[in-house]
Write a protein that binds this ligand. Structure first.
Ligand SMILES: NC(=O)c1ccc[n+]([C@@H]2O[C@H](COP(=O)([O-])OP(=O)(O)OC[C@H]3O[C@@H](n4cnc5c(N)ncnc54)[C@H](OP(=O)(O)O)[C@@H]3O)[C@@H](O)[C@H]2O)c1
Length: 269
């Protein structure tokens, strides 16, 4: 993409973490950054939006296009991690997790595609995770949403390529953001066994430590920028050192060894 002072990006979930840092990074490079956030706002470049409300997403994207004109890139960043064993998570917990991470991403894609098709150009960037490539226990539901984002994005990339539209997937490893406190959700079904509870009490500090000592969100912002201005059809971009290492391991290790390693390092089996 030819980068000019007139490029415009829409970013969902800009109040913190990767979304906020990426917004600052693009702004510093002369882009017009239009953000969405769940809280009310009077900033003309910030729109209140709950990505789980499909009709509201369509209205919001149409309003942004009407008010700001040409959009070059849309970044689906809004998301959170549901932590807990599957039995620990109620149906409502699971629905809410998919509503934001998967259906929210699809809602935004559905709303922007007619504009991108009419323009014969546009880039959709979806934030997945290294957890969209392999799964750890007690994050299985969150990881499954990122597997869904990966599969959905890959299919969409094939479909929209003839219309001049690119789809990119970003795979961060552990990044030090509000993901591990502010945005963290735990399964609320308390009717689960003490064994799950003991394991969840053991694993959470391990995951939290990985996050708190994880990479700065700026690392991800730079990868998102690279994807946004790329002129090729590359789909996946690992972001952060641990993501690169894990993806390299996935390429060389037999799958059963990978499963064994994850189990040894988590549940000790
Ligand atoms: N941190 C990591 O280690 C890591 C690793 C891999 C992937 N990711 C992914 O990166 C993306 C950004 O996360 P982050 O690490 O920057 O965390 P964050 O600082 O907590 O930011 C997440 C943003 O998503 C929006 N959001 C959070 N929970 C939501 C909910 N229940 N409903 C709707 N929107 C919600 C919020 O935006 P508003 O408050 O502005 O609405 C928030 O600013 C997510 O998709 C996450 O899955 C993070």
């Amino acid at each position: 993409m030819a980068v000019s002072m007139h490029n415009t990006i829409i970013i969902t979930g800009v109040s913190s973490g990767i979304g906020k840092t990426t917004a600052d990074y693009f702004r510093a490079r002369g882009w017009k950054v239009i953000g969405t956030t769940r809280t009310t706002t009077t900033d003309p470049l910030l729109y209140q939006l709950d990505v789980t409300n499909a009709a509201a997403v369509t209205d919001c994207i149409n309003m942004i296009v009407a008010e700001h004109g040409h959009i070059d890139v849309v970044l689906n960043n809004a998301g959170y991690g549901l932590f807990g064993a599957f039995e620990q998570c109620s149906e409502a917990d699971v629905q809410a997790q998919y509503a934001v991470n998967v259906f929210g991403t699809m809602n935004v894609c559905r709303a922007i595609l007619p504009h991108f098709r009419a323009n014969h150009t546009g880039t959709i960037i979806n934030i997945s995770s290294i957890g969209g490539r392999f799964v750890v226990p007690y994050y299985g539901l969150y990881n499954s949403t990122k597997f869904a984002v990966e599969g959905f994005s890959e299919g969409l990339a094939h479909e929209v390529l003839p219309y001049g539209i690119r789809v990119k997937v970003i795979e961060p490893g552990a990044i030090n953001t509000g993901f591990y406190d502010r945005s963290r959700q735990e399964g609320k079904n308390m009717d689960y066994t003490p064994e799950y509870k003991a394991m969840s009490d053991k694993l959470w500090p391990q995951y939290e430590r990985a996050g708190k000592t994880g990479a700065d969100p700026m690392v991800v912002a730079k990868v998102i920028y690279k994807a946004a201005i790329s002129n090729n059809n590359r789909l996946r971009y690992a972001a952060s050192r641990d993501a690169h290492i894990n993806i390299a391991l996935l390429k060389v290790l037999p799958h059963r060894i990978g499963l064994w390693l994850v189990r040894r390092m988590t549940i000790g089996r």
